[in-house]
Design a protein around this ligand. Structure first.
Ligand SMILES: [Zn+2]
Length: 185
């Protein structure tokens, strides 16, 4: 009986995570990666729990995930939000920040553990930035970019010492988005 109970508890947790990810409008392949559910099962979950609700604001995203990192540097506000989110990734162990400010894979294992931690980080971001510009998908691609060190770097501001994310290919103004904002104000 015990094994059955554990299995049920595990399935229940996967189910809850799938629903949480659907609410955040995660793409099917991400939900599948985090829960182990098949695409067909995820489609059914969506149809059962979201499609026919009145005032339903959950929309399914189709096609490829946005991966261009340029988005995070389009303006100071988005860059500041991406920096805050990166900080949450470090705290939650989703990305490792080394002492030389290079980044790599965090301690959290891919799959279910990553899915749960990622939801917590993203939900904290939404609390900090209620009208934030970064969708779940954008956040996911930022985590991936930091994990691989591809296109996004972490720098420390020469003025205030805050850590922020910057475009790996851009000329570095060496100041964080907050200080740049104060400079131009
Ligand atoms: Zn600064």
């Amino acid at each position: 009986m015990r094994a059955t109970d554990d299995r049920y508890a595990g399935e229940r947790a996967q189910f809850d995570l799938a629903i949480r990810l659907i609410r955040h409008q995660a793409r099917t392949h991400i939900i599948s990666e985090c829960t182990g559910f098949s695409q067909e099962r995820i489609r059914k979950l969506y149809a059962t729990y979201f499609k026919h609700q009145q005032g339903n604001r959950v929309r399914r995203k189709r096609g490829k995930s946005p991966s261009a990192v340029d988005f995070f540097f389009r303006n100071s506000r988005v860059q500041a939000e991406a920096s805050a989110l990166a900080g949450l990734f470090f705290v939650y162990g989703l990305v490792r920040l080394r002492s030389d400010l290079t980044t790599g894979p965090g301690a959290v294992r891919p799959g279910f553990a990553k899915g749960e931690r990622f939801c917590r980080a993203f939900e904290d971001y939404l609390t900090l930035c209620p009208s934030g510009q970064l969708s779940f998908e954008r956040a996911w691609s930022l985590q991936a970019a930091l994990e691989t060190g591809d296109g996004v770097l972490v720098a420390d501001c020469v003025r205030c010492g805050a850590l922020y994310v910057q475009d790996a290919l851009a000329l570095d103004p060496a100041t964080c988005p907050g200080c740049r904002g104060r400079q131009s104000a």
